[in-house]
Every structure is written in structure tokens, then in C-alpha cells.
Design a protein around this ligand. Structure first.
Ligand code: HEM
Length: 401
């Protein structure tokens, strides 16, 4: 139903109330709309609810952070958060020139013509993978570990997250772990350090098989999420040239305007839902949440509430300039103790992407323009790709034109 009509759950919440029940994939589901309500239930019943996510039990113990609970979750999460906090503050925003360079290669060739949708996807996928390999593992393009990593990740997933782990994933996972152990050994032998998450964890003796497995899957899941998000950002860039002009002017507000653009894109599109399974019966908001039921906390729908955001379907990054909405109005990175540890980093990296795009190009749309429900998320139309026109000539001899 939702695939056919994106507003279906929002309409049902209007008709039936903000908590309602249904069936999906043969199981009972409970839908909760409204961030204050989602937060109340998650807070009061965190221990009664289990996050639903990919099962990597065949690859390493304890699973990924999202499915860990109790002491395990506290321990691995706090080590990870410390390692992220130890990254340089401008790590993501500092990528504007590098991303710009990757995009720049398109000037001339793509001028005023839509580039093939697949070419665009591949370019974005490469930008994102190179960035994540660097920030998580400290592996730069050109380093010996880089190409083997690219090849092994191609085996692990390639076209999207593989939900059911098979022998191919097990082989690829083992290959990635071996490359990273070798990379760590080389780093130690040459006494070089870098500022990646892996290197920061290693310094604190926090890299065991579980943490390594988690980092490998962070890159695997993060690369699809970020690539999908970069496609949305490009789509918004094509639809809202006025905001891109504002970002292109490069004044000292550039970063905050680009970040506001990113936050608004998250509100309108990428942030969708949190899914939990009920571990034991409980009652909340007057409803029984029976053991075994799935709960969908509807973030996308909650972000469209007129109480949370005036004219909720209008793209207006201005909402995020100045006063910042609190978590009862805006929660794209989760609500409970599983909130995304890469939230701020992702906003800054998205902002760097938008700024690089705005600096180099006027971005126009192509394709049908309608959002489609992909494998896991809503996405811009299959045939969407931007029409890029160089914003200004790049200096060829080091001198500005
Ligand atoms: C726009 C980009 C992103 C969005 C919208 C996003 C969103 C989220 C959300 C909503 C959660 C909470 C899930 C839940 O409660 O069930 C989460 C958790 C998480 N995210 Fe992200 N994320 C993004 C990018 C990333 C990236 C790039 C990485 C790493 C490379 C990452 C790593 C994680 C991890 C490890 C968790 C689990 C934390 C825990 O369970 O304690 N995310 N993310």
C-alpha cells in the first residue's frame, strides 16, 4: 500500500489516530506517528523493544551495534563514539575540494547534457566509498590496500546491502578483515598514524573481531545510505537553484547554509522510520503492544506534522538557519540509545557535497522527477540524473580568470 501511495500512512493516522495496527509480510505491525509520542514510547519501553536489522551472526559474534543490548552495546558504542570524536572537527567539511575535484572531471564532457543515470550513480558511489574507506579505515585512494578493498567490497554487496549472508559474503568479509589487519600491521611497523576511526580505536586497544566486523559493516551499510542521500541532495539541488546560488557565493555562511540545505533534505526525504520488535507484552498510549509484533516509528510522516514544521511539504532550509528545532520536531538520526553516532559527520559531509556541487555547477533536473520506493528506501526516480553546466571556468594556469 505504501509503495503505491507514499502518503498512505499519514492518511491512516489522520483517519484512525496516531497509533494504529496492520499486517505486513504476514506479521502484525503497529504504526506510531508523531515524534513526541515515538520518544515517549521508546523511552519508557526501550528494554521491551529490540531493533530489527541485518543478522550478521554468520560473520562475527554479538552482531552489529544496532542489535546489541545492555553492557555490550554500552561498551562498543562508547569506544566508537570516542574514536569519532577524536577525528579532526573539520574532517567532513574539509572534503569540499576533494569532492569538487571528483566532480570537476565532468565539466565540459557533461556540459548542459544529462549524464547517464548509471554514470552518475557510479560517480557518487565512488566518492562515498573513497571517503568512508578513508575516514573509517584510514585507507586513501592510491594506497596498496585501496584497490583490494574496492574489489572485496564489490563481492560483499556491490549493488546494495545483501540481507541474507551467503558464502560469497563470508568470503568477501574474510578478505576485507585480512586486508585491514595487514593495513594495521603496516601502520604499526612504520609507526605511521592517521586520524581514522580504526586508528583511533587501535590506539585504545579497542579493535577486536567484533569491532572490526562492525567497522566493515559500517562502511558496507553507510556507503549505500550516503550514496542514496547524495542522490537526494543532487535532486534537491536541481529543483532549488536559488539555494544553490546562495551556497555558491562562498561567503562565511556557506557551511551553515549548506548544512541547513542538508537537514531540510533529510527532513523531507531520507529520514524514514525506526523498526523494533516487541520482546514482551506492554501497554502504551492505551494500546497493547503484543510480544512478537513489529513497531514502525514513522519518522518521515512525523516530520510532516504541521505542529512540528509550518508548511511541512515545502522545501525551506531557512527553518534550520537560526533556531534549531528540538528532538520533538526533528529527529532524522534516531531517538533512543541507538541514535546515529555519525549524525553530525553525515550532515557535514552532505554539506561538503552540496557546496562542491554548487561551486562547480548549475544543476538542472532530468528524468521523470517522481520519487520511487527502492529496495529499502524512497529514492529519486530511477532515470534521474542531473544536467550540469559549469558555473565558472576553472583556472587552468593557477590564475583566476
Ligand atoms: C544521511 C545519513 C545517515 C542517516 C539518515 C542515518 C540514520 C541513522 C538512524 C535513524 C539510526 C538509528 C537506527 C535505529 O534506532 O534503529 C542510525 C544508527 C546508526 N548509524 Fe547512521 N545514518 C546515516 C549515516 C551513517 C553513516 C555514514 C554511518 C557509518 C559509516 C552510520 C552508522 C550508524 C551506526 C553504527 C548506527 C547504530 C548506532 C547504535 O546502535 O548505537 N550512519 N543511523
Amino acid at each position: 500500500m505504501e509503495k503505491a501511495d507514499r502518503l498512505a500512512l499519514l492518511r491512516m493516522a489522520d483517519e484512525l489516530g496516531p497509533v494504529f495496527k496492520g499486517r505486513g509480510w504476514g506479521s502484525p505491525w503497529i504504526y506510531v506517528v508523531g515524534l513526541p509520542r515515538c520518544r515517549r514510547i521508546l523511552r519508557a519501553h526501550e528494554d521491551d523493544l529490540h531493533p530489527v536489522t541485518i543478522d550478521v551472526g554468520a560473520l562475527f559474534d554479538k552482531g552489529i551495534l544496532r542489535q546489541m543490548e545492555g553492557e555490550d552495546h554500552r561498551r562498543y558504542r562508547s569506544a566508537l563514539v570516542q574514536a569519532i570524536q577524536a577525528l579532526p572537527a573539520d574532517r567532513a567539511w574539509g572534503q569540499v575540494p576533494r569532492i569538487g575535484q571528483s566532480l570537476e572531471g565532468l565539466t565540459g564532457r557533461q556540459d548542459a547534457a544529462p549524464m547517464g543515470a548509471q554514470t552518475f550513480r557510479s560517480l557518487i558511489a565512488r566518492i562515498v566509498f573513497d571517503e568512508l574507506a578513508q575516514v573509517i579505515f584510514g585507507v586513501e585512494p592510491g594506497e596498496p590496500a585501496h584497490n583490494p578493498l574496492v574489489a572485496a567490497y564489490g563481492e560483499l554487496g556491490g549493488n546494495g546491502l545483501v540481507w541474507n549472508i551467503g558464502t560469497r559474503q563470508a568470503r568477501a568479509f574474510a578478505a576485507i578483515a585480512a586486508i585491514l589487519r595487514q593495513h594495521l600491521a603496516t601502520m604499526e611497523a612504520s609507526r605511521t598514524t592517521n586520524t581514522s576511526v580504526l586508528a583511533n580505536l587501535q590506539q585504545h586497544g579497542a579493535v577486536d573481531a567484533v569491532m572490526l566486523g562492525n567497522l566493515i559493516y559500517m562502511v558496507e551499510m553507510g556507503r549505500y545510505d550516503m550514496a542514496a542521500f547524495f542522490r537526494w541532495l543532487t535532486w534537491f539541488a536541481a529543483m532549488h537553484p536559488d539555494w544553490m546560488d546562495r551556497i555558491a557565493d562562498g561567503t562565511d555562511t556557506q557551511q551553515s547554509v549548506a548544512a541547513a540545505f542538508v537537514m531540510e533534505a533529510l527532513r523531507l526525504e531520507q529520514a524514514e522510520r525506526l523498526v523494533r520488535r516487541v520482546k514482551r507484552d506492554f501497554v502504551a498510549e492505551g494500546f497493547l503492544f503484543p510480544k512478537g509484533a513489529n513497531v514502525r516509528f514513522c519518522i518521515w510522516e512525523s516530520h510532516k506534522s504541521p505542529e512540528a514544521h509550518a508548511e511541512p511539504f515545502r522545501f525551506d532550509p531557512g527553518r534550520f538557519l537560526g533556531e534549531r528545532p528540538g528532538p520533538d520536531r526533528y529527529s532524522p538520526f534516531g531517538i533512543d540509545r541507538h541514535q546515529c553516532p555519525f549524525g553530525s559527520y553525515s550532515v557535514r559531509l552532505g554539506a561538503a557535497f552540496v557546496a562542491a556541487l554548487a561551486t562547480h555547477f548549475h544543476v538542472g533536473p532530468s528524468g521523470s522527477g517522481k520519487a520511487v520506493r527502492g529496495l529499502y528506501h524512497w529514492e529519486p526516480a530511477e532515470d534521474f540524473s542531473p544536467v550540469l553546466t559549469a558555473r565558472k571556468r576553472q583556472p587552468t594556469n593557477g590564475a583566476h580568470p
